[in-house]
Design a protein around this ligand. Structure first.
Ligand code: ACO
Length: 335
């Protein structure tokens, strides 16, 4: 049993922040940001926009392209590290869409989340009992960025993208091969840790309540990153994962129509493409407009490339996600 991609969609927040705008907040400039990263603008949530609202909008477009009704969906997977609800936002997407029959849950794997979600969806379909699966990649790192840290705040943006996978015959299978890894040793290079409320606040709480023990409340901290280490990790590990996924698919780089990497930094995209000997005209990039949108970046770029006619039916793409965890992996897909 196989699974094929039958629809995609995306949604971005209304508010756009340019490099020039950021140079009013931190000591930076358009030239530094565009030369080092390729990013010129990013979108951030405002005016009541949420992960759920962007996810719903992108999913409705994907369902429309797939010619499916919400009740045809059996499973909703939301790939995100920044849900609206700590307990998971997938059920709210399911509710808003009206996917009354669907099981819904979140997958957390930072910028690798969407590719992992794709593979998870195909496992459910292959296992039987699931016909149509909606996979959403959505993140709002603007909520966790330190807007006084010029080393990180210039990189990230918010967005959402969605695809629908459908059960298909083996010869129509759209997932040709994959390869995934995690290494918790690398957490020190990129994280947004959940700490405890500081001791003073806690003891104030205790004193106002007598001597009763008061458990600490969790307080999330801002994203912290060692950019150079993350850069080295991506350029070393991503080509290896793509090569392993290609081997599993019985393909080589020459068989690829497109390289669609997590949109983190144009210099990472260029370096990985060079190592894989894939010419720049076959590399999909929309970094300039959106920056790094974490789990949303691959489905967002895929949707734009499909709707603009760049990616055509039957095209083979190497996708790869990489980021916090550390996690990384590649999936070779047929559109
Ligand atoms: N504007 C101007 N100057 C800056 C800025 C800025 N926005 N940021 C840093 N600088 C300065 C630094 O202070 C430093 O100055 P100094 O030499 O006087 O000390 C100088 O520029 C060089 O800084 P570096 O951090 O060494 O710059 P680098 O060339 O490594 O580029 C960057 C930084 C763009 C972050 C790069 O390391 C990178 O892209 N790394 C990968 C990050 C990434 O992709 N992360 C996402 C992973 S996905 C996920 O899971 C979230």
């Amino acid at each position: 049993k196989g699974s094929k991609l039958v629809g995609c969609g995306s949604a971005i927040p209304k508010l756009s922040l340019s490099n020039d705008y950021l140079s009013k907040i931190v000591d930076t400039n358009d030239e530094w940001i565009s030369v080092r990263t390729g990013i010129r603008n990013r979108r951030v949530l405002s005016d009541g926009e949420t992960i759920t609202s962007l996810s719903v909008e992108s999913s409705q477009k994907a369902l429309e392209m797939a010619n499916l009704k919400p009740k045809d969906i059996d499973l909703v997977l939301l790939c995100t590290s920044t849900p609206d609800d700590l307990f998971g936002s997938a059920p709210q997407i399911q509710r808003e869409l009206g996917c009354t029959k669907a099981l819904a849950f979140d997958i957390t794997a930072a910028c690798s989340g969407f590719v992992l979600g794709l593979v998870t969806a195909t496992r459910y379909i292959k296992g039987g009992g699931f016909q149509n699966v909606l996979v959403v990649g959505a993140d709002a790192l603007s909520r966790y960025v330190d807007w006084t840290d010029r080393g990180t705040c210039i990189l990230f943006g918010d967005g959402a993208g969605a695809v629908v996978l459908q059960a298909a015959s083996d010869d129509q299978d759209g997932l040709l091969g994959f390869d995934f890894h995690s290494d918790g040793h690398g957490q020190k290079h990129l994280h947004a840790l959940v700490g405890n409320m500081d001791q003073k606040e806690k003891s104030d709480g205790v004193s106002s309540n007598g001597s009763a023990f008061l458990p600490s409340r969790a307080v999330p901290s801002c994203l912290q990153m060692n950019g150079k280490e993350v850069f080295r990790f991506a350029v070393r590990c991503v080509p290896q994962a793509v090569e392993a996924a290609l081997e599993e698919a019985g393909l080589s780089g020459h068989d690829l129509d497109w390289l669609l990497l997590h949109q983190a930094n144009q210099r990472i995209l260029d370096a990985v493409a060079e190592r894989l000997q894939i010419p720049s005209e076959r590399v999909i990039s929309n970094l300039a407009n959106y920056g790094n949108t974490s789990a949303a970046s691959i489905p967002l770029a895929l949707d734009e490339a499909v709707r603009s006619g760049k990616v055509k039916p039957g095209d083979v793409l190497a996708t790869a996600g990489f980021g916090a965890g550390l996690t990384w992996g590649s999936a070779i897909i047929k559109w």
